[in-house]
Ligand binder design. Structure first.
Ligand code: GLY
Ligand code: MN
Ligand code: MN
Length: 436
């Protein structure tokens, strides 16, 4: 967690931005895994971004019109018995003392108190449709306030506005302190990828490699992976969301690892592809060099004013030119791009925003046009090539899947690559052999 003053400044900036309004942010409901076992709780990124509070069963309310309570946390109250079973709770006093909000109440008082915070605001900022049960509670509070205000003439919210246009616009622009945490998330992720490269070898199972990633993440203080790690050897590298991670690697396989840690609530998202025996075969290397050239060209194009669509076009052109050169596509580059035949080998987009969520919030379009990058944006660059085992191409290329993914921060002068895992052919081969 950052210093509480960081969250206070964000809350103040948000309230300034929304004018007369109230913001209601519920935590993600705790989900049952099976019988009496629950899925691990992770705070909703919006609540964490604005308070640092990470306990479940919480609601953060921010009001620009309330006389004293600009920020209020509803939390699980202290409970000696529950704390013996589930661990420490900050409770009502702790929420105020540690997180610097103006007031805190037990979560059981939410329904009784929420109407008071809605009253007097022209707009309610709330993400309708994320969870139906909570929507119902908010709407009930609104009905109550409307009835009350018909009698006393006070303002009630007449608009419900998505948090996309307020909080998510703020989250899209990373502060220097956030970038520092994202650099650390990437440094830890590098440790994981290097350990995985050293561990991979013919006859090793994909899950044994995955274990190295997880060990490095946790041993360096990361809370968890930012998403399920993909560790796909041989033809599994062509399965975009492969997660079984249970095949035994073979001599001659490429191994594609898409894995990043979450550190202090910020994600890294990194993919590397390497030969498990330490040496690329000629066809593997040829395709790898094409993907790497595409990634280099995309990264070089990241600067303020560039767009995700523009970056994707760069990737498509370099990848398609490579496919034509190697004979996997048998038309001109322009014809392959025009007709979309390249999509047989490159079927996903090149970038997404990165931040507290791995596919981070923030619109990629502004007023219907691709959004220009600005200093403080962070995005991935992740071109790839995937040749199906039954593709109608020279059989030497079949079953090869390659993706290379880095995390790029846009700076005033261009960009900063946050990712430090080796990726040149020579460096990757050295890392697998344990020589890096
Ligand atoms: N690991 C998820 C992605 O690359 O988008
Ligand atoms: Mn990604
Ligand atoms: Mn990824």
């Amino acid at each position: 967690m950052f210093d509480p003053s960081v969250y206070a400044a964000r809350r103040a900036a948000l309230l300034e931005r929304i004018g007369s309004g109230v913001v209601v942010l519920p935590s993600v409901p705790v989900a049952t895994r099976n019988s009496d076992v629950e899925h691990a709780h992770r705070q909703h990124s919006d609540i964490h971004y604005l308070s640092g509070f990470d306990e479940p069963d919480a609601v953060l309310v921010l009001s620009s019109v309330h006389a004293e309570h600009k920020s209020v946390l509803f939390v699980r109250p202290k409970n000696r018995e529950r704390e013996i079973w589930d661990g420490f709770r900050h409770g009502v006093e702790g929420a105020v003392a540690t997180f610097g909000v103006d007031a805190a109440f037990p979560i059981g008082e939410l329904d009784a108190r929420l109407p008071d915070y809605l009253e007097g605001s022209a707009r309610l900022h709330y993400e309708l449709g994320e969870h139906a049960e909570f929507d119902e509670r908010v709407l009930r509070a609104l009905r109550l306030v409307r009835a009350r205000c018909r009698r006393d003439g006070r303002t009630t919210p007449t608009e419900i506005i998505s948090t996309q246009v307020s909080i998510h616009e703020m989250r899209l622009l990373k502060e220097e302190a956030e970038l520092a945490v994202m650099r650390r998330a990437n440094a830890i992720t590098t440790e994981g990828h290097l350990a995985a490269m050293r561990r991979a070898a013919p006859s090793v199972f994909e899950y044994e490699v995955e274990a190295e990633l997880l060990r490095a993440f946790r041993a360096n203080g990361a809370e968890r992976p930012a998403y399920d790690s993909i560790v796909g050897g041989g033809p599994n590298a062509t399965v975009l969301h492969y997660r079984r991670n249970d095949r035994q690697l073979r001599d001659g396989d490429l191994l594609l690892i898409d894995a990043g840690c979450e550190y202090q609530y910020y994600a890294a998202d990194v993919t590397r592809t390497f030969p498990v025996n330490g040496t690329f075969s000629a066809p593997q290397r040829a395709l790898y060099e094409v993907v790497l050239a595409a990634q280099d060209a995309c990264i070089a194009a990241v600067r303020p004013g560039a767009t995700m669509d523009g970056i994707h076009d760069v990737a498509v052109r370099v990848l398609t030119a490579g496919l034509v050169d190697l004979g996997l596509l048998k038309t001109s580059v322009d014809a392959a791009i025009e007709s979309g035949t390249y999509r047989e080998f490159y079927m996903h987009r090149t970038s997404h925003w990165l931040g507290m969520d791995v596919h981070d919030v923030g619109s990629t379009f502004l007023a219907g046009a691709p959004r220009p990058f600005a200093a403080g944006h962070v995005l991935t660059i992740e071109p790839g090539l995937y040749v199906a085992q039954d593709a109608d191409v020279d059989e030497r290329y079949r079953g090869i899947g390659i993706r290379i993914e880095d995390d790029i921060a846009v700076t005033a002068g261009g960009h900063e690559n946050l990712t430090t895992v080796p990726k040149s052919v020579a460096d990757v081969e050295a890392a697998v052999r344990g020589a890096l």
